[in-house]
Design a protein around this ligand. Structure first.
Ligand code: S3P
Length: 450
């Protein structure tokens, strides 16, 4: 809600003419969380540049400050973090508010599991509906105390999460954990707990999830090794010090995807987004857009803060429906609502499968995406683990509900670009969790969006 209590909306008027231009995007949300969190655990002061300014990253910064970490705002998207060392956090005076951010809650669960003080992690109504057993089970097996709440699904653990304290002098035990889901949040939580354990800890994933944690912690000198789908931390013989290193956060591919997807959907468009992270564990959206027939050029490739970065140019044309499943679905997990929106503009069916995880994101993204498409006159079938979009039959204007989910709001706006008339996207304040400036960026490319 805005300051006057009204529900915020976005209005999109189509059909959009061909989009054109050259823009940047805010910093990557996943990398931003890790940059400030790991800097807080390091020895020494580090400057983090290129933070998104989005609310999710601000939640992580807020929690760290509550845990006694000095973080100075030194400019737009720029902070100085005074690292307190691996053991330097102190008990907070109250609840630790993760807002809408699942990454904050799960990473902090891992970080706080080894502490001799108690913490309580809370969030907004959407975060309180998200499953935490995936981190509770391994952390408890390591010896941590972690209590959540029961809820919608039998046996599941929901926030708020009460964590710790470990009895003084006690340490977590290293474990080998085979995760049922490919989840970078789960992997990262276990790795962070493992850094403070008495022996090696290994996490094995069914598919490779995003590897920002592995890259950044290795860069800072953590005792971490990767072997196929297994990540191991072994603190034995390590001096327990992470090296404070200045870091520049790459542009967020998950935000750029909405601009590139809009270009793909509107024929004749040519849009460049500069300085975008192209970590291969994240680029499924580019592969999927290419398979649909969009032309994506990658130029000016370089390494920024240990992550590959490039300028991306998308040229829109005739699109065809495709199947997105398996490892491609994992590498495009946050972009699947956007790909479904683009699929409405493609000839034929697009099926998204192996993506049951979408049901437990900021909203049930399978149901919310299907509802968004139906509101815009697109035929869609929902499956337990995905959906099928019947594309190429036209898009009509309508009223779209975000279901409190930034990516549904933005995907709805992209889909509506092809509709003749005005579409209203309702409840869009959440867009600021990840992509501050989404509507102005799309407008700068020529879309009529307010
Ligand atoms: C994230 C991991 C993914 C992703 C989320 C950010 C991260 O979630 O969907 O937006 O920064 O680690 P899961 O770990 O639940 O797959």
């Amino acid at each position: 809600m805005s300051a006057d209590g009204a529900i915020e909306t976005l209005k999109v008027r189509g059909p959009a003419r061909a989009l054109a231009g050259d823009v940047g995007v805010p910093g990557d949300k996943s990398i931003g969380h890790r940059a400030v969190l790991f800097a807080a655990m390091a020895d020494g002061r580090a400057r983090v540049r290129g933070l998104s300014g989005g609310e999710d990253n601000r939640s992580t910064i807020g929690v760290l400050r509550a845990l006694g970490v000095q973080i100075d705002d030194v400019g737009r998207g720029e902070v100085d973090v005074v690292g307190r060392g691996l053991d330097g956090l102190r008990a907070a005076a109250g609840d630790l508010d993760c807002g809408n951010s699942g990454t904050s809650m799960r990473l902090f669960a891992g970080l706080l599991a080894s502490r001799a003080f108690a913490s309580r992690l809370v969030g907004d109504q959407y975060l309180h509906a998200r499953p935490m057993r995936r981190v509770a089970d391994p952390l408890r097996q390591m010896g941590a105390r972690l209590e959540g709440h029961s809820g919608k699904k039998e046996g599941e653990v929901y926030p708020p999460l009460a964590i710790g304290p470990l009895p003084s002098g006690a340490r977590l035990q290293g474990i080998r954990w085979t995760s049922k889901v490919a989840s970078a949040q789960v992997k990262s939580a276990i790795v962070l707990a493992g850094l403070a354990a008495d022996g090696p800890t290994t996490v094995v994933e069914p598919e490779r999830s995003r590897d920002h944690t592995e890259r950044m912690l290795s860069y800072m000198g953590a005792p971490l090794t990767v072997d196929g789908l297994a990540v191991t931390v072994d603190p034995r013989g390590w001096d327990g010090k992470l090296v404070a290193r200045d870091l520049v956060v790459a542009g967020d591919l998950s935000s750029a995807a909405f601009l590139l997807g809009a270009a793909a959907a509107i024929p004749g468009s040519r849009v460049t987004v500069r300085g975008v992270g192209v970590n291969p564990t994240r680029t499924g959206v580019l592969d999927a857009l290419r398979a649909m027939g969009a032309i994506i050029e990658v130029s000016n490739e370089r390494i920024v803060g240990g992550e590959p970065v490039a300028d991306l140019t998308c040229t829109g044309g005739a699109l065809r429906g495709i199947r997105i499943a398996g490892e491609l679905a994992v590498r495009a997990i946050d972009e699947l609502p956007l790909l479904a929106a683009v699929a409405a503009h493609a000839e034929g069916d697009t099926t998204i499968a192996d993506a049951a995880e979408l049901r437990v994101k900021e909203s049930d993204r399978i149901a919310a995406t299907a509802a968004m498409l139906r509101a815009l006159g697109v035929a869609v079938e929902e499956h337990a683990d995905g959906l099928t979009v019947r594309g190429g039959r036209g898009v009509t204007p309508g009223v779209v509900e975000s279901h409190g989910d930034h990516r549904i709001a933005m995907a709805g706006a992209v889909c509506a670009l092809g509709a003749r008339g005005e579409t209203v996207i309702r409840d869009t304040r959440n867009v600021a969790t990840s992509f501050v400036g989404f509507a102005p960026s799309l407008a700068a490319l020529g879309a009529d969006i307010r």
